[in-house]
Ligand binder design. Structure first.
Ligand code: S3P
Length: 424
């Protein structure tokens, strides 16, 4: 689908941001492993989360869709073999996290996915799961994965990468393994799995970058999902760069392992206001007021910043294009393993509208105060976050742009355009 985007007027008003994708996946998985009935409130409408939900239905879990946002899960805590392959669609989180769950079952499973997911690396989970006693066949570290269920044992795993998907995969395997499982990360990645395990009563110890889990039974409990800061990021950037904008984004999850974007906005000199802080099902949440800022400065984004804003880097590139001076993103080589090679594709496409951006091996460099000219067709390479980042850039361009493949926004944020239009 081709989407035309044109220069935006100032944005005003108030929106409520859609549910967090990472937390929605985990809610389905953990509610399915708990004995009893749980209601997931404010479930994501993104296709990725529905891939997870459909898989657990296939694994014998009771799924009652009360309405689009409220889902009742009923389980005896045990999963059943599926006769047909489990289709994770476009979702890396689904694939990597359920691999940990399925590796320790008493039955075999097969996981398949779409073209993009089939190119993404799975050795990062196959290696630790194999150390736990799992038997997994892949096509040279790629989907389809054939998982031959085994009795697993705990390990101490020193992860070479700060990845919440890897950490969560191992912890979910550890839930049903013999003995304790410890994961140590080089830098803290998002901790939603740990928080939800704790919320549902698991025996888990969290000490800095080191998480230790003992085999645990989970207690079914209602789980309310906060709004997704990764979706809010598109609005935060838009508000900062579209002249005279001033609006409120309600119900944004502000878990400190996800708020890298807020730190970067501060580092660039463009603070936002955090209002009405609260805690929802163990996760921190708030409303955010964003106002236009014409004196942003470039900065360096590296090291421990990266896992806390990995999904926001494409739209941060758009923000940096409007700041004074240079913005350098380093240590972000894992961006090349996302739904697209997010370094190469981002650089190719942003250059077409006049962004001064250079690709590096592990990131990119932007020289700011770019005049965005538009009058170009940008491809999103089947990548939802690129599609929405280009839309934000299009709102500043002098001439309209078109985005090819805009329907990919349905993967995480089907309400994106409607919410954006409601502010105009
Ligand atoms: C996610 C973790 C991140 C992120 C992805 C969602 C999760 O991936 O990029 O969109 O829900 O655990 P990595 O763990 O591979 O960094």
């Amino acid at each position: 689908m081709l989407k035309k985007v044109q220069k935006s007027k100032p944005l005003k008003g108030e929106i409520t941001i859609s549910a967090d994708k990472s937390i929605s996946h985990r809610a389905v998985m953990l509610a399915s492993l708990a004995k009893g009935k749980s209601i997931i409130k404010n479930f994501s409408s993104g296709a990725d989360c529905w891939s997870t939900l459909n898989i657990f239905k296939q694994l014998g879990v009771g799924v009652n869709i009360i309405d689009k946002k409220n889902i009742e899960i009923t389980s005896d805590g045990k999963l059943q073999r599926s006769n047909i392959p489990l289709d994770a669609g476009n979702s890396g989180t689904t694939t990597r996290l359920i691999s940990g769950i399925l590796a320790g079952q008493s039955f075999d499973s097969e996981i398949i996915g779409d073209e993009s997911l089939s190119k993404r690396p799975m050795k990062r989970i196959i290696i630790p799961l194999t150390q736990m006693g799992a038997k997994i066949n892949s096509v040279d570290g790629h989907l389809p994965l054939t998982i031959n269920g085994q009795k697993l044992h705990g390990i101490v795993y020193l992860s070479p990468i700060a990845s919440a998907q890897v950490k969560s995969c191992i912890l979910l395997a550890g839930l049903n393994a013999e003995g304790q499982t410890t994961v140590i990360e080089p830098a803290p990645s998002r901790n939603h799995t740990e928080l939800m395990l704790k919320y549902l009563g698991a025996d888990i110890l969290i000490y800095k970058n080191e998480i230790t889990l003992s085999p645990s039974n989970l207690t079914a409990k209602d789980i309310e999902i906060t709004g997704d800061i990764s979706s809010a990021a598109f609005f935060i950037v838009t508000g900062l760069i579209v002249p005279n904008s001033d609006f409120i984004i309600k119900n944004v999850g502000i878990n400190p392992t996800r708020t890298g974007i807020l730190d970067i906005v501060n580092r660039m000199g463009g603070g936002v206001n955090i209002l009405n802080r609260c805690t929802v099902s163990g996760e921190e949440c708030a409303d955010i007021r964003v106002q236009y800022n014409d004196s942003l400065k470039g900065c360096i984004i590296e090291g421990n910043d990266i896992p806390r804003l990995i999904d926001e880097l494409p739209v941060i590139a758009v923000l940096a294009s409007q700041a004074d001076g240079e913005t350098i993103v380093k240590n972000a080589e894992d961006l090349r393993n996302k739904e697209s090679d997010r370094i190469k594709c981002l650089v190719n496409e942003l250059k077409k509208i006049g962004v001064d951006i250079q690709e590096t091996a592990d990131g990119f460099i932007i020289s700011g105060r770019c005049k965005l000219k538009g009058n170009a067709e940008l491809d999103c390479y089947h990548d939802h976050r690129l599609a929405m980042s280009f839309y934000v850039a299009g709102m500043l361009c002098d001439e309209p742009i078109t985005i090819n493949g805009f329907e990919w926004t349905n993967i995480s944020f089907p309400e994106f355009e409607e919410l954006m239009s409601s502010l105009e």
